[in-house]
Design a protein around this ligand. Structure first.
Ligand code: SF4
Length: 240
């Protein structure tokens, strides 16, 4: 198959990116979900724009594994939305990923690590649990878009993570207008916080409203140089 063949990783990524350049997200997703089946997982925050990709996946294969990272620091509204959206879309294989309770007890028993060391907190509550959960998979899907921030402006459709696992960003080239149009066309329910000025929604202590005209992700860790939680830091692909 084109996704998991013997080509060196960089050549395989180049081939996939050439093939899928200019394709609509659904046309990128369908063959990937068909050929990779249970070897590919959608990682979703069930945040502001997550419903679009979740809907596309549900339209193609409702049993696609969906990994939802519950850091135990999310807004209550996100947990409620996750349940209702899963039911609305008919997704049949959503797994909740949580940080290891023993490690949380040792490193962040009071839930205040985010105040002193956001990188350590994200590693404990997001990066490590996701790495563990992705172990059985050869590829994963994210909902990132180039328009969300300057750090995502050059993002490819196909990337690799630090382990050499394929990472698919089918919405990479979609604009805010494309996303809004898809919500309207398919009458998708919005995360309740989007009406309150949150264009990007993560953990409650680290997510703030973004002022009009700012990047969608400007409300995430404002005042810090941090722009990513660590699960999407750029990596140099290595040959696999
Ligand atoms: Fe911790 Fe904030 Fe990262 Fe959530 S976003 S894991 S609360 S530092």
């Amino acid at each position: 198959m084109p996704y998991l063949n013997d080509m060196p990783l960089e050549a395989r990524l180049a081939m996939l990116n050439r093939r899928d350049a200019g394709r609509q997200p659904q046309d990128i997703l369908k063959p990937a979900l068909a050929l990779l089946a249970q070897k590919i997982a959608l990682v979703s925050s069930f945040g502001a724009e997550s419903a679009v990709l979740l809907h596309m996946v549900a339209q193609t294969a409702t049993k696609t594994p969906v990994l939802f990272i519950d850091t135990m620091m999310l807004f209550r509204a996100t947990l409620t939305y996750q349940k209702s959206l899963t039911k609305h879309l008919g997704l049949e294989n959503v797994t909740h990923i949580s940080p290891d309770p023993g490690r949380v007890f040792l490193q962040d028993n009071e839930g205040l690590l985010h105040q002193s060391n956001t990188d350590a907190c994200c590693t404990l509550r997001k990066v490590e649990p996701l790495q563990q959960a992705l172990t059985p998979f050869s590829a994963w899907i994210t909902g990132r878009k180039r328009h969300q921030s300057t750090t995502r402006a050059d993002m490819a459709i196909w990337e690799a993570d630090e382990t050499g696992r394929l990472k698919l960003n089918p919405l990479a080239h979609w604009s805010k207008d494309d996303i809004n149009a898809y919500f309207e066309t398919h009458n998708l329910p919005r995360h309740p916080l989007t009406d309150n000025g949150y264009p990007s929604i993560g953990c409650a202590p680290c997510t703030f409203r973004a002022r009009p005209g700012m990047d969608d992700r400007a409300g995430r860790w404002p005042g810090q140089s941090k722009t990513e939680c660590g699960i999407h830091l750029p990596v140099k692909p290595r040959n696999a």
